[in-house]
Design a protein around this ligand. Structure first.
Ligand code: TYC
Length: 102
């Protein structure tokens, strides 16, 4: 005798599947004053990119206004934003770093 698997909706079973944690994009914004070399070093240091990847990302920010440098869970993204902003202010650069869900 053949057996048959019946699928039931969440409402029928009362179960709910755990959702994966939301991810956040961390984005660097362009400005007219932060030196290019400083931005390259920030991207290498805080976003784990190679020198070549960091250079390409810095140029994307410079030419297009912003670029996503990494995607992380909320607490990691918050730490990246804080570390990058602190490093920039320490050197008196206006570099801006933001996070967005998605
Ligand atoms: N536009 C800056 C300059 O010409 C370089 C720059 C790149 C600044 C990326 C910020 O996130 C940035 N010195």
């Amino acid at each position: 005798m053949a057996t048959k698997t019946v699928e039931r909706t969440e409402a029928e079973t009362g179960e709910s599947k755990p959702k994966p944690p939301p991810l956040y994009k961390v984005r660097l914004l362009n400005d007219d004053y932060t030196p290019m070399e400083f931005v390259v070093q920030v991207i290498e240091t805080y976003f784990g990119k190679s020198r070549e990847q960091a250079l390409q990302l810095m140029l994307k920010v410079h030419n297009e206004g912003s670029a996503v440098c990494g995607v992380y869970p909320r607490d990691v993204a918050e730490t990246k934003v804080r570390q990058v902003t602190e490093k920039a202010r320490e050197h008196q650069h206006p570099l801006q770093c933001e996070m967005e869900e998605g």
